[in-house]
Write a protein that binds this ligand. Structure first.
Ligand SMILES: NC(=O)c1ccc[n+]([C@@H]2O[C@H](COP(=O)([O-])OP(=O)(O)OC[C@H]3O[C@@H](n4cnc5c(N)ncnc54)[C@H](O)[C@@H]3O)[C@@H](O)[C@H]2O)c1
Length: 314
């Protein structure tokens, strides 16, 4: 008998697919609900069931929430760079989230994990690394949407007793990240290299500093905060805690590949902050988690995935 039953809302995406595989390895029961099943349809496991729905079937969502102990909300329809061109998508995201909260509030014994964004909610930080107490000052509609959903979650928690954890993820990279999503520079550089195409570099490679976390570390952190009793009604930064410039990424990739990359420069998009690194002291202390995968190892793993991806999609 599994210890926990999970429901992953938006589980067919990059983070969700990785979570599903790890949870099944850990012998958990897993339900997934997503508008698509492109990643999850090949999963054959008696402990897994996937439903295709755009979160409008309230009865289905209610049934799945009822059967689960831990709900991870990952559904999101935009990313930082395009959120200014499609601001109203944020309203859809918020509406879907509130509809979900309206169901979960009827079952306050459940635990809800919300996937927020450490890369956007703080805006341009006063100093790096930033702790969870840093002021919230987003410069993109995506970041504004994330904070709005965090605030609604806190409101529902105080009014209805929902038990929650907010994970403010930094910049994850690795397996199941789509090279076509416009998110994830490491994955994109590796895809373009293996596909023999040029990569458009956005921003100044020396000034753009990010906190890159390999996906398996993010997955372990998420499961740690989901399953630890000590993690209740908390916000955690989830990152590597290390700042790496885009130039360092490019050089590390060249070293791993032992080859050059074909790069092209694009204008800096003002929706992205220039430097962001997360302080991960709190999650290390309370959840007992720490990142394990070095940048070099992560790049090697990501490169293996890209090769498999290209082989499969030949
Ligand atoms: N990947 C990152 O760099 C990153 C960083 C910080 C935070 N996050 C957040 O983590 C979450 C998951 O990210 P991801 O990279 O896996 O994203 P993703 O785009 O790969 O996956 C999101 C999934 O949500 C589904 N979805 C969206 N709207 C839906 C709806 N109305 N009904 C049903 N399904 C819906 C999509 O089909 C998709 O499978 C998102 O909320 C994202 O904002 C991601």
């Amino acid at each position: 008998m599994s210890k926990f039953t999970y429901l992953l809302i938006g589980g067919n995406g990059f983070i969700g697919t990785n979570l599903i595989y790890k949870l099944l390895d850990n012998k958990r029961e897993v339900y997934c609900i997503d508008a698509f099943d492109s990643n999850t349809k090949s999963i054959q496991n008696k402990h897994f069931k996937s439903y295709i729905d755009d979160l409008t079937d309230v009865n289905l969502l209610k049934q799945l929430v009822k059967k689960s102990d831990i709900i991870i909300f990952l559904a999101s329809s935009s990313h930082v760079r395009n959120s200014s061109e499609a601001i109203l998508i944020e309203i859809d995201n918020i509406e879907c989230f509130i509809n979900t909260l309206d169901i979960i509030k009827q079952y306050p014994d459940k635990k809800l994990i919300y996937a927020s964004s450490g890369g956007t909610v703080y805006g341009e930080p006063e100093a790096i690394p930033v702790s969870e107490n840093h002021c919230l000052n987003p410069i993109s509609p995506y970041g504004i949407g994330k904070i709005t959903m965090e605030q609604f979650l806190k409101y529902y928690a105080s009014k209805y007793g929902i038990n929650y954890v907010i994970c403010r993820y930094s910049n994850p990279y690795g397996k199941y990240q789509s090279p076509f999503s416009g998110v994830g520079v490491i994955n994109k550089l590796l895809y373009d290299y293996n596909n023999n195409t040029e990569t458009n570099i956005v921003g100044n490679p020396d000034e753009s500093i990010r906190d890159y976390i390999y996906i398996s570390d993010l997955v372990d952190a998420t499961i740690a905060v989901a399953e630890a009793d000590s993690c209740k009604n908390e916000i955690f930064n989830v990152g590597s805690g290390e700042g790496t410039s885009l130039n360092q990424i490019i050089n590390e990739i060249k070293a791993v590949l032992n080859d050059d990359l074909k790069l092209n420069s694009e204008k800096f998009g003002n929706e992205n902050v220039s430097k962001i690194v997360l302080d991960i002291t709190k999650i290390k202390k309370i959840a007992g988690w720490k990142p394990k995968i070095s940048l070099k190892k992560g790049i090697k793993l990501n490169n293996e995935y890209i090769k498999e991806f290209l082989e499969k999609n030949k």
